[in-house]
Design a protein around this ligand. Structure first.
Ligand code: FES
Length: 145
């Protein structure tokens, strides 16, 4: 089978879908090649992510990885969320087919983009804390084929 049970589960029953109207940070990343878009909303209180929602217009792997990423950062501190890697998301889903690895990068980048937005709103330069975001997969290598 191409996709693991966990990927199929998160694709069929994605967790934390939606928007947070009064979010403290919103991140949107897109994959230039396939045109898929992921939007992540964070509610942050005392340095902890108290709520998170996402909307993904994209492939099944993009939906499954964003769903898993929201579960992995919910209730965590900003510092912990910043440690989230696409690799960890993939491992939590028991893997992805090689051609879909890049979809998991979108999920990582969406979380980071939302945290960058949070810092920007506070008047803090996010780049030293969040790092440089590369929302376009062109920079990261093959994907979406
Ligand atoms: Fe575009 Fe998966 S994110 S194919």
């Amino acid at each position: 089978m191409l996709y693991t049970e966990k990927v199929l589960d998160h694709f069929n029953n994605p967790r934390n879908v939606g928007e947070i109207p009064d979010a403290d940070g919103v991140g949107e990343v897109g994959n230039a090649k396939c045109g898929d878009i992921m939007k992540m909303y964070l509610k942050i209180q005392d340095g902890v992510i108290t709520d998170v929602k996402f909307k993904t217009f994209g492939c099944g792997a993009a939906i499954a990885t964003s769903s898993m990423a929201t579960e992995m950062v919910k209730g965590r501190s900003i510092e912990e969320a910043l440690q989230l890697t696409n690799k960890a998301v993939m491992e939590a889903l028991d893997g992805l087919p090689p051609a879909k690895v890049h979809c998991s990068v979108l999920a990582e980048q969406a979380v980071k983009a939302a945290l960058a937005d949070y810092y920007t709103r506070l008047g803090i330069d996010p780049e030293p804390l969040v790092g440089r975001l590369s929302p376009s997969c062109e920079e990261e290598g093959p994907c979406c084929s």
